[in-house]
Design a protein around this ligand. Structure first.
Ligand code: TXE
Length: 492
């Protein structure tokens, strides 16, 4: 779709006609050709969003009207499940079934914010004066730049679009240049649901070209971004010039701590899923396995056995359990990361080289890989690979497990496995990560906040706070019986 830029209710090409090919990471086939936005396009989208917001065309809708709109979008997503899942699978190479789970989660996100919107209302505070009413209202923050990643393209965008709409904001959405197809479809659904022209705008294209415009333009009030740490830091700096609100989700280096008294069958099974689901391209992936020393050999042996069994393939392969990495560039990054780990002294137990099978030769496939004998001084333990690489560390005491689990600049998520409930409570409290799973790994709920401590970002998505990000708070003081203050003498 070479007219994939959507501004003020109209589809258009890039200002200079530039286009970008989207190719399947599974076999390199052409999936789509989309507009490659220029700075002029980003500026036009921001203008449209600003005019729409300031006109009140949508921001003046009541909470319940906007909630009804979000419910409609959820209905449409469920109606278009097959279409949207196929688009997502085409861009990302993930299995159709996984893409369908994602679309269901996207619909659930819209429903969550629809419900939350209905719970909003003004709050009165005691003014201390009988003739004065004092109330706190909340209103949409304004124009939002919403920038998404490629691993869960539509879901990560939905975590931003749904609360922005619930709050009455206008926005410019920029999906990852690698995975724009579902964002394009979403705009069609928003239009069908009745979002007024100019409220929802889409620019497809590269952050390197339009990112700085979206994050520094003075007409933008908030930037919400999910992606890599270096880009997140740059966005904060750009946004600082006009003191925009910034919400960042920048990934994690998530500890999965297993004590010897845990249910090891369950812990091992979840450790495999935590590390290798979606080939490790998950911000909350359990990439750091931290084992109590006595169980190290047993757990590692079993994980290596299980890793070898994981079937890798393209979406068309119905026996496949996981798919490719997103791009050639990302594959190279994962390979370099692994080489560094081995050079630092980690022991490669399984995986470690690009998949050689002829049917995978045209895609970016990398097998589940386990690095043993790791410690927190190593690059592979500290830095995100965003690939299917699991590092293994050991500990001898609860204190050491906590220390290792917190020894990272990131703080997105982590897990603790033990049959000692008092211990799991102590450890979960001591871990400095935004989500902690006890005897589990991975579930999340739209009603529960999601986000990170430390360099994993700031702000929260989902839950109640996921809506607060998009709201400004206003105190309205009404004097129903004005009289002179008499602070200064009036000379009469
Ligand atoms: O991310 P980028 P990349 C991590 C993961 C991965 C690394 C790099 O470790 O290997 O980031 O991935 C847009 N201003 N995560 O290079 O560049 C870009 O167009 C504004 C974790 O793909 O951060 C895309 O839309 N935007 C993560 C988005 O930022 C800019 C998920 C993400 O791209 C921009 C993905 C700029 N200057 C990767 N430059 C998670 N938290 O889940 C680029 N972009």
């Amino acid at each position: 779709m070479t007219n994939s830029i959507y501004i003020c209710g109209e589809w258009r090409p890039a200002a200079d006609g530039s286009t970008r090919e989207i190719r399947s990471p599974a076999d390199g086939t052409l999936v789509a050709v989309v507009s490659d936005s220029r700075v002029e396009d980003a500026l036009a989208a921001i203008s449209a969003a600003r005019v729409a917001f300031d006109s009140g065309i949508f921001s003046s809708w009541s909470w319940s009207e906007r909630s009804a709109l979000l419910s409609k979008v959820a209905d449409f997503l469920e109606r278009d499940m097959e279409i949207v899942a196929a688009l997502e699978s085409g861009d990302t190479g993930k299995r159709i079934i996984e893409a369908k789970y994602d679309v269901a989660d996207v619909a659930a996100t819209f429903r969550h914010f629809a419900k939350l919107g209905l719970e909003q209302g003004d709050r009165t505070v005691d003014s201390g004066l009988p003739h004065v009413s004092s109330r706190i209202t909340q209103e949409g923050i304004g124009v939002c730049s919403l920038i998404g990643p490629w691993n869960y393209p539509l879901l990560q965008i939905a975590w931003k679009v749904a609360p922005a709409l619930a709050a009455g904001c206008s926005f410019v959405l920029k999906p990852s240049e690698l995975t724009p197809s579902t964002a394009i479809h979403l705009m069609k659904l928003l239009e069908e649901a009745g979002v007024p022209a100019g409220v929802a705008n889409l620019v497809t294209g590269a952050g390197s070209i339009i990112g700085d415009t979206l994050t520094s333009d003075p007409r933008v009030d908030l930037v919400s971004f999910t992606g890599g740490l270096p880009t997140g830091k740059r966005i904060m700096i750009k946004a600082a010039e006009t003191v925009k609100r910034v919400a960042l989700e920048l990934g994690g280096k998530n500890p999965n701590i297993i004590f010897a008294d845990a249910d090891l069958d369950a812990a091992i099974d979840f450790a495999v899923t935590a590390a290798f689901l979606h080939s490790g391209q998950v911000c909350s992936a359990g990439t750091r396995l931290i084992l109590e020393r006595p169980i190290h050999d047993r757990v590692v042996k079993e994980i290596v056995r299980r890793a070898k069994l994981i079937r890798i393939g393209a979406p068309a392969d119905l026996t496949a359990e996981t798919g490719p990495l997103i791009s050639a560039g990302h594959l190279k990054k994962v390979e370099e990361y692994l080489a560094k780990g081995v050079a630092e002294g980690a022991t490669l137990l399984v995986g470690g080289a690009r998949c050689a099978a002829p049917e995978l030769a045209n895609g970016w496939f990398f097998p589940p890989t386990v690095l043993d004998n790791c410690d927190t001084t190593m690059y592979c333990v500290q830095e995100e690979s965003f690939g299917p690489i699991l590092t293994v560390e050991v500990f001898d005491s609860e204190e050491e497990a906590i220390k290792i689990g917190n020894d990272t600049i990131y703080g997105l998520s982590g897990a603790v496995w033990s049959s000692d409930i008092a211990r799991t409570e102590r450890v979960s409290k001591a871990l400095r990560h935004g989500t902690i799973w006890i005897n589990d790994y991975g579930p999340y709920k739209p009603a529960a906040e999601w986000g990170g401590f430390k360099a994993s970002g700031n702000g929260r998505e989902l839950g109640h706070h996921g809506l607060q990000e998009y709201l400004e708070i206003k105190h309205i003081w009404t004097n129903n019986s004005p009289s002179k203050s008499e602070w200064f003498a009036d000379g009469n």
